[in-house]
Design a protein. Sequence first.
Length: 299
Amino acid sequence: MSLVRTRPGTRPGARPGARAGAGRPAGSLAWHLGALAVLAVILYPVVWVVGGSFKPNDEIVGSPTLFPTDPVTDNYRRLADGIADIPISTFFGNSLFLAVGSVIGVVLSSSLAAYAFAKVRFAGRGVLFAAMIGTLLLPYHVLLIPQYVLFQKLELINTYTPLLLGKYLATDAFFVFLMLQFMRGLPKELDEAARLDGCGHLRTYWSIVLPLCRPALITSAIFTFINAWNDFMGPLIYLNEPEKYTVSLGLKMFVDQDGVANYGGMIAMSLVALLPVVAFFLAFQRYLIDGMATSGLKG
């Protein structure tokens, strides 16, 4: 008499792996087709912008094809001439100044505020933290008029101060909350060891807590750079001179007072404006993934 051993969950006489592999090719094919369909929908606007940047201005609107049959590069050549006698490098320089300044302000001020809420015991901490979280519920338009009146009284309109001042005062409660939650996850033994070595709060924040919060800092920096680079409402309200315009306002200048739009130049500049954002994200993506993959603590 011979004994036939079968794997658990399989019938005697059935081929090994027949049950486990049943239906797997069809499900995998459906999953991949669905993923490709979603990817096509997401990438369609980008493909349309790329194709439209090489079309003549009169073929962009209403054209059934994504890519032109006879590509032209006049849209990019006109960008070198500037907009209204203003070089496009001026708009990019202004946007870069605001974006970098916003990143520095948010990273420093939000991390300091987060450290105070996470590590420092002081009276009224719970009330202040609740008030800070409550600001997330306020729409941007509610604060728009009071802020504009305040900066007008201070004669700061048509300057970059209204666009940068809040970044250095930890007014972005979301980033403060993000860093706060990350700091609360750090071991308390680190604070105790720093205190035994004679470190104050400032030294502990700068030498111990801040390096360990690299994932939260880089995440905040990426989102702040993208938001500041793409901001349209703030520069539109506070900036009056075209020489101080950002890229988002520079795109508006492709539409003249008669309502005639240079769609070719607008699309070409929109595509060029995406490059700094993509480059910034790719430059810091590696550090973000490395920080998420490791805890930052060794030994």
